[in-house]
Design a protein. Structure first.
Length: 146
């Protein structure tokens, strides 16, 4: 399904976050221009989290009042999204105090990848299917303000 224009900015950010998620996983080959050592990957991830991912989470969570009540399934998925954001925030916080980066990076990378894929494959398509043009336009306007 082609992504609706109102959600494209979030999908573009997901692409960057998926690269991070894969980078952190221990089965991933080296990425040119990105860190290779577990401790360096962890620092890169923490910087990415502070610089981009926190704002991204806030933007996604700001959609809740706009889409709440449109579909029971969407309401459930949005609640799950928020819970997963909390879990991912906690994993990044733990990473900041970690010494076994290989395992922590891997777990964080897998968790982040699963979360992003859920948003792209379930939440965003359901938003597109459930919301009328007026709601999608509200989403576009809201995301353009961030």
């Amino acid at each position: 399904m082609k992504r609706h224009a109102s959600l494209i900015p979030l999908s573009h950010e997901h692409h960057e976050a998926l690269i991070l998620a894969r980078l952190l996983q221990k089965t991933t080959p080296p990425y040119k221009g990105l860190p290779n050592e577990p401790a360096e990957k962890a620092q890169y991830a923490l910087n990415f989290f502070q610089d981009k991912l926190l704002t991204h989470f806030i933007q996604e969570e700001s959609l809740i009042p706009i889409v709440k009540g449109i579909s029971p399934e969407l309401d459930i998925l949005m609640e799950e999204m928020v819970s997963e954001h909390v879990e991912i925030r906690n994993l990044f916080e733990q990473l900041a105090h970690e010494t076994n980066f290989l395992e922590s990076n891997d777990h964080l990378g897998k968790t982040l990848e699963t979360h992003i894929r859920k948003e792209e494959r379930q939440i965003f398509p359901l938003i597109q299917e459930s919301c009328n043009d007026g709601v999608l336009d509200k989403i576009r306007v809201l995301l353009s303000q961030h």
